[in-house]
Design a protein around this ligand. Structure first.
Ligand SMILES: NC(=O)c1ccc[n+]([C@@H]2O[C@H](COP(=O)([O-])OP(=O)(O)OC[C@H]3O[C@@H](n4cnc5c(N)ncnc54)[C@H](OP(=O)(O)O)[C@@H]3O)[C@@H](O)[C@H]2O)c1
Length: 252
């Protein structure tokens, strides 16, 4: 089960963190991988590592908030690879502030990076997938898309990830006719470039112990099983699902 040999996977936001980890996870299952982000040198280093796993890997610079760049990347990938089977929307970033203090610029930046980009990338690649009547779209939302929180004021991030959750359901319903599934993973706290500084503070360590039933943050690779499952042929009847991988945070 869960063999991805012969499948082409596109992962956005793969130059670091969860995207890079998932790209390696897919390669381990035999998939050929296309990795997208803005920092090409990081992508190229990862592509070298992935190619040593005896699969193909293409690194492509793409700012997912720029609709024209996304369209161009999709055209290029279709030309080079012929088809796209699996898309993982992982690119993301955030300007943290609460509703009282947030500026228009912080709001726009976060919504564009975390929600509008998911629309741009999904539109571009769903148009390729539908030609083959096959597809797996996996959106990396967040447990913050399901609940509020008392640790960090980050209202635009909650809003964009909540948007990704319901975007997932709408796309699942719409694209079912092309046998394309669309599901979301809602990670809890994972240590990456995005979260490292906050997660290492004593106060946050204490917060995690008190609020996460498993009493720790997620570690490298712990998101991969969920992504590989949703990407697999075997998950053919799973669509519109929202899967928390959060150590139990949203269960209590
Ligand atoms: N870590 C957590 O605890 C956690 C929890 C829940 C959800 N998430 C979500 O998981 C995803 C990955 O986060 P991470 O923790 O792995 O953070 P990360 O290490 O900072 O990775 C973010 C990735 O997104 C890419 N990216 C950001 N803006 C982009 C843009 N405009 N165009 C293209 N790529 C862009 C970055 O690449 P470049 O800078 O090279 O473009 C990088 O590869 C995000 O959507 C995040 O919201 C993370």
């Amino acid at each position: 089960m869960f063999n991805l040999k012969g499948r082409n996977v596109v992962v956005s936001g793969a130059s670091s963190g969860l995207g890079a980890q998932m790209a390696k996870g897919f390669a381990k299952q035999g998939a050929d991988v296309v990795i997208l982000a803005r920092r090409l040198e990081k992508l190229e280093a990862l592509a070298k590592e992935i190619k040593s796993m005896n699969v193909e890997c293409i690194a492509l610079k793409c700012d997912v908030t720029d609709s024209a760049q996304v369209t161009q990347a999709a055209l290029e990938i279709e030309k080079k690879c012929g088809k796209v089977d699996i898309l993982v929307n992982c690119a993301g970033s955030a300007e943290n502030a609460g509703v009282i203090d947030m500026t228009d610029e912080q709001w726009d930046f976060t919504i564009k990076t975390d929600l509008t980009s998911v629309f741009f990338v999904t539109r571009a690649f769903a148009n390729i997938m539908k030609k083959n009547n096959y597809g797996r779209i996996i959106n990396i939302a967040s447990m913050y898309g399901l609940v509020g929180n008392t640790a960090i004021d980050t209202v635009a991030y909650h809003s964009s990830k909540g948007g990704v959750v319901n975007f997932t359901r709408a796309v699942a319903a719409e694209l079912a006719k092309y046998k394309i599934t669309c599901n979301a993973i809602c990670p809890g706290y994972f240590e990456t470039e995005l979260t490292r500084d906050v997660l290492r503070t004593e106060s946050f360590k204490k917060y995690i112990e008190q609020t996460v039933p498993l009493k720790r943050h997620g570690n490298e690779g712990e998101l991969n099983a969920a992504a590989i499952f949703l990407a697999s042929d075997e998950a053919s009847y799973v669509t519109g699902a929202i899967l928390p991988v959060d150590g139990g945070y949203t269960a209590v």
